[in-house]
Design a protein around this ligand. Structure first.
Ligand code: TXA
Ligand code: MG
Length: 319
C-alpha cells in the first residue's frame, strides 16, 4: 500500500525525481507526474491502465505559467480564468512542442487548469514544471474523492499520496475549448454552463452524451462500478429485478419495499452541490454492498446536476 501523508517536501522530492504522487484537488484526487517528462507521462498511462488515445489534463499554479506551454491565449480564455481560476475549469489551448504529444494523445490542443486546493497549489508553486494529472482511479472505474480511495485502487503502484481531506466539490472540472471565437463545452463538470455564459456569452455543449465522440477522450462508458447499474425510474426498475438483490441510488427518495441499508441518497435536502460531493463515494459504497444490481435515477438537470447526470449515464447501462 502507498504511504498517505501531508508531507509536501516528500511529494516535491518524488515529483522532481520523475515519480508519481496522488494529489488532492477540489474536484477529485489526481495521479500526478511531471507533464514535460515523457517517461513519467507514460508511467501515468500504465498505472491507470489508460489507453494512450485519452489525453491528460495539465495543472498549473496560475495563468502566468500557461504562456510557457501554449501558442496563444484567447481573450475569452483570459476572461474565464479571471472568473474561475483557481477552480474546476479546464481550458483547451493550442499547445507548444514542449508539451509531449503523449500528454495530448496527439491532439494539437492541451487541457490546462489551475486547481483550487491549498496543498496542491503550494506544491505547484514550488515546482518548475506543470503536473499532468488524470483522476487517480483505474481507467473506467469510479473517480476518487479521498486519499483512501486512491490507495484502495492504486496503492500498490505508487509510493505516496498527499492527503488533503475529502474533495470539497467531488465532480471533475468542466472542459471548455474554442473553435474560432466560439466556445464549446467538451465535458460537463463542476462549473455550470450558465455560469460560463455569464462571462463569455453563448456556449454550446458537445460531449459524448450529446454527440458522437469528436475527441479521443470522450468515451461513453466511464465512472462505472463493477456491479450492474441500471438508470431509470427506480419505482419501475424495482418491478423488474429481484428486490433482495438490489440497492438504490437516488437524490433523496426512499422506497418502502427495500431494506433501508441498501438505499443510498445523495442529499437528504435535495441539494445538488451536496449530491455532487457525495456522488463518487456513494457509488463506491454501493459497489461494496452484497447486491447484484444498483438501481439509480437522475437528479434535476440543472447547474451541477447536469454533470451528475452525465456521470450517472456513463456509469450505467441505460434501460
Ligand atoms: O477535475 C479534473 O479535471 C480532474 C482533476 C484531477 O484535475 N482531472 C480529470 O482528468 O478529470 P481525467 O484524465 O480523469 O479526465 C480528463 C479528460 C480526458 O478524458 C479527456 O476527455 C479530456 O479530459 N481532455 C484532456 N485533454 C483534452 C484535449 N486536448 N481535448 C479534448 N479533451 C481533452
Ligand atoms: Mg477520469
Amino acid at each position: 500500500m502507498a504511504e498517505i501523508g501531508t508531507d509536501i517536501e516528500k511529494a516535491i522530492h518524488l515529483l522532481n525525481a520523475g515519480q508519481l504522487v496522488g494529489i488532492p484537488t477540489e474536484t477529485v484526487y489526481g495521479l500526478a507526474g511531471n507533464a514535460l517528462r515523457e517517461e513519467t507521462v507514460a508511467r501515468i498511462f500504465a498505472v491507470k491502465n489508460r489507453p494512450s488515445f485519452d489525453p491528460l489534463i495539465v495543472h498549473v499554479p496560475g495563468l502566468e505559467r500557461v504562456h510557457r506551454y501554449v501558442t496563444g491565449v484567447p481573450d475569452k480564455a483570459v476572461a474565464l480564468t479571471r472568473r474561475f481560476w483557481p477552480g474546476p475549469l479546464t481550458i483547451l489551448f493550442p499547445k507548444l512542442p514542449v508539451i509531449p504529444d503523449l500528454v495530448t494523445a496527439g491532439l494539437d490542443t492541451v487541457g490546462i487548469r489551475c486547481p483550487d486546493h491549498p496543498v496542491t497549489r503550494a506544491l505547484l508553486h514550488r515546482l518548475d514544471f506543470p503536473l499532468a494529472a488524470p483522476s487517480a482511479n483505474p481507467f473506467g472505474y469510479i473517480s476518487p474523492t479521498t486519499a483512501q480511495h486512491v490507495d484502495d485502487q492504486l496503492g500498490k503502484k505508487i509510493s505516496y499520496i498527499l492527503d488533503g481531506g475529502p474533495c470539497t466539490i467531488g465532480i471533475e472540472s468542466t472542459i471548455v475549448g474554442f473553435e474560432g471565437d466560439d466556445a464549446v463545452i467538451f465535458r460537463t463538470g463542476a462549473v455550470a454552463r450558465e455560469d460560463i455564459e455569464q462571462v463569455i456569452g453563448n456556449v454550446s455543449i458537445r460531449t459524448a452524451a450529446t454527440d458522437n465522440p469528436v475527441t479521443p477522450g470522450q468515451l461513453h462508458k466511464h465512472y462505472s462500478p463493477h456491479k450492474k447499474m441500471l438508470l431509470g425510474d427506480i419505482r419501475k426498475l424495482l418491478t423488474t429485478v429481484d428486490v433482495s438483490k438490489a440497492a438504490t441510488l437516488s437524490l433523496m427518495s426512499m422506497f418502502p419495499q427495500l431494506d433501508r441499508k441498501r438505499q443510498l441518497i445523495l442529499s437528504p435536502t435535495g441539494n445538488l452541490e451536496e449530491a455532487a460531493k457525495n456522488l463518487f463515494s456513494t457509488l463506491r459504497q454501493l459497489d461494496k454492498l452484497d447486491v447484484d444490481f444498483i438501481l439509480a435515477e437522475e437528479v434535476p438537470d440543472t447547474g451541477i446536476g447536469r454533470a451528475i447526470n452525465d456521470r450517472l449515464r456513463r456509469a450505467a447501462v441505460i434501460e
